[in-house]
Design a protein around this ligand. Structure first.
Ligand code: ATP
Ligand code: MG
Length: 249
């Protein structure tokens, strides 16, 4: 295990990095996942490694959207599993969503290892092993989903997703919530609700909002979703990166 001094100014970021390394060692995170993490760290550094106000609003809208859904599914890849396994299981419970392992570089070994890792962190059923459905417009391996999981979902949370796949999924008409630290990435750009925040902060914060909203009437949840402005949220994140401020006008 790695010791990061508590008083190190970038303590959380370094711990997060070690969790990804550990994920690679366990066979749940791909080597490409290391590169994705590096890209994420760069944006997080520019954002001040904090949840900016527009991201908090997006997280509240995401919570409302997941609570409103008939069949919400949370997609889990190797980075997500390495960084927030318990937190994803908890969010799934609070909003009544299913968990589905969904990989850009799919191997049956990695799907099974991630499903097992989620079970170890308290997950019940985990989808993604059957892979009997396809997202239209993607090549065979990258198109695979469970027909009764993401294939049948009306709202899908896809953290750290590849741009092509995020676009193809959005084109199916499902409501797509993306967590991605790069507001210019095609994944964030194609989302109905782009959450520009580190997944280690975003998921617990979506869960916190979902708990607060659990007993809210439908029309209140619908108003939160309707009032959310995706263009404004993306612009605020870009402003925060460019100016070093909190992105508010
Ligand atoms: P594009 O969407 O423009 O096509 P891409 O999909 O090829 O880009 P990838 O490297 O596949 O980009 O995806 C990694 C994305 O995940 C990056 O945008 C990165 O900022 C983001 N990311 C990485 N780690 C985290 C994290 N811990 N929390 C949130 N986002 C992260
Ligand atoms: Mg992307």
């Amino acid at each position: 295990h790695v010791d990061v001094p508590e008083d190190h100014p970038r303590h959380d970021s370094l711990l997060t990095r070690h969790r990804i390394e550990d994920g690679v060692d366990r066979g749940i995170t791909s080597r490409q996942g290391l590169i994705a993490q590096g890209r994420g760290e760069a944006y997080d550094y520019l954002l001040g490694e904090r949840t900016i106000p527009s991201a908090d609003e997006a997280e509240r809208a995401a919570a409302a959207q997941l609570l409103l859904a008939d069949h919400p599914v949370l997609s889990v890849n190797g980075n997500v599993a390495a960084l927030v396994p318990e937190e994803m299981v908890e969010l799934a419970e609070v909003v009544g969503a299913e968990l589905e392992v969904n990989l850009f570089n799919r191997t049956e070994e990695r799907v099974a290892a991630i499903a097992e890792y989620l079970h170890e962190h308290g997950a019940g059923e985990v989808k993604g092993l059957r892979a009997d459905g396809r997202i239209p417009g993607l090549s065979h391996e990258r198109a695979k989903v469970d027909s009764d999981g993401i294939g049948d979902a009306d709202v899908v949370l896809v953290p750290l997703e590849d741009g092509d796949r995020a676009e193809a999924l959005a084109a199916t008409g499902k409501v797509e919530i993306v967590i991605d630290l790069n507001p210019l990435s095609r994944s964030a750009q194609s989302a109905a609700i782009p959450v520009v925040d580190n997944i280690v902060r975003a998921v617990p914060n979506i869960t916190r909002h979902a708990r607060e909203l659990a007993d809210a009437p439908r029309d209140e949840l619908e108003a939160i979703v309707a009032d959310f402005d995706r263009e404004a949220a993306l612009a605020a994140a870009e402003r925060a990166i460019r100016t070093g401020g909190d992105g508010e006008e």
